[in-house]
Design a protein around this ligand. Structure first.
Ligand SMILES: [Zn+2]
Length: 362
């Protein structure tokens, strides 16, 4: 048994998105009510559990929050439950003391009833008191849906679905004709990943592509008076550009990492010295654009899931400077040398491919 989360974009209609926003508002007031009650308890030297708070909330909600009558009580129940979790994390010193939730453009609520009966059918999910809402894609995992969090960010709704599924969904089944081979992966700015088997994945570099749009959206925002309706609209538009950039990047990373993990019997990667690289300001921007460490993290967890062993080379292993043919180290290799040429044995290869072969696990 393992837990998997999938975040899926929603396509709600107008009525549904209004209802979802109301539920998020309901969750917010319930959370804040609970927090102020808990604080009052602390002032009076009594420890209020989340059950106490839930009881208190239920006693007053008809009166104080009558606008919530038609909404699903899961929203408030889960909000208070989550407050209880936040408080116990604070008590065990894992986290800061919870803070009041403000109205913001990032809203969310937990919609499930806590016992795993949320309905998902193909590209639809049934949300209590809202009905069937369209999703952009199907759920990839089969199993019991145990948590459903609806959220809105940058003007777009999405749902995070937690599924309890059995491991066998994903582990690789070895066959007689297993043709998988060890793969070394060199990540970089010019190409996202160069593999030792010769496959190359390009880096989409969306920031560069969207720079003009970003600048224009930023300018438009700065011309509006802060807090106004038009300012909010401009802010959403800017947020949408940022979101688009993040999506393009993430999509490329997911596709490349899945493809590598699927065909590799073992994977070798380098340890990125990101903080060292970021000191070089010329490549800092390009580097943060391609978010290489996130890509490596993705590769690692996907390999782990499928049971493909993954090894990280030592931070100081000179994967680019070493000849993959004879092991000679070339000390005068610069970043602009795109081709590796070994003076010792005459081996010649693309610079990144040479590094990838060096990283390949034996
Ligand atoms: Zn050589």
């Amino acid at each position: 048994m393992s837990l998997r989360t999938q975040k899926i974009a929603l396509n709600p209609n107008h009525k549904q998105s209004t209802l979802m926003a109301q539920h998020a508002g309901y969750a917010r007031v319930a959370f804040n009510f609970g927090l102020s009650s808990f604080n009052a308890g602390l002032d009076a030297d009594e420890w209020r559990t989340y059950q106490d708070i839930k009881r208190e909330f239920n006693a007053v909600k008809r009166e104080r929050f009558d606008w919530c009558d038609g909404l699903s009580q899961n929203a408030s129940k889960n909000a208070i439950h989550n407050l209880g979790d936040a408080v116990s994390r604070w008590k065990s010193k894992q986290n800061r003391f919870p803070v009041y939730k403000k109205r913001s453009d990032r809203i969310s609520y937990q919609a499930d009833n806590g016992v795993g009966t949320a309905e998902v059918y193909k590209k639809r999910i049934k949300l209590p008191k809202i009905g069937w809402v369209r999703m952009r894609e199907e759920l990839r995992f089969t199993g019991e849906v145990s948590k459903v969090v609806v959220s809105k960010h940058n003007g777009r709704w999405s749902v995070s679905i937690l599924v309890r599924c059995d491991e066998s969904n994903y582990t690789h089944q070895p066959t007689l004709f297993d043709d998988r081979e060890p793969v070394g992966v060199d990540v970089g700015i010019n190409t996202l990943a160069t593999c030792s088997d010769g496959v190359v994945y390009d880096n989409p570099r969306p920031l560069k592509r969207y720079q003009r749009k970003l600048r224009r959206a930023n300018k438009a925002l700065s011309r509006k008076s802060k807090g106004s309706r038009n300012w909010q609209k401009a802010k959403d538009r800017l947020g949408a550009v940022h979101y688009r950039i993040a999506c393009i990047r993430e999509d490329a990373h997911h596709k490349a990492s899945t493809a590598i993990v699927k065909r590799a019997s073992a994977i070798g990667i380098e340890t990125l010295n990101i903080s060292g690289l970021l000191k070089n300001r010329r490549i800092a921007k390009a580097l943060s654009d391609s978010a290489l460490s996130r890509f490596l993290t993705m590769l690692k967890y996907k390999a782990e899931r499928r049971g493909v062993p993954i090894t990280e080379a030592d931070m100081f292993f000179a994967s680019s400077k070493t000849c993959s043919n004879c092991g000679e180290k070339k000390t005068d290799l610069t970043l602009s040398d795109r081709t590796y040429h070994c003076t010792q044995c005459g081996f010649e290869s693309d610079r990144d491919l040479n590094a990838a072969i060096n990283l390949s696990p034996a």
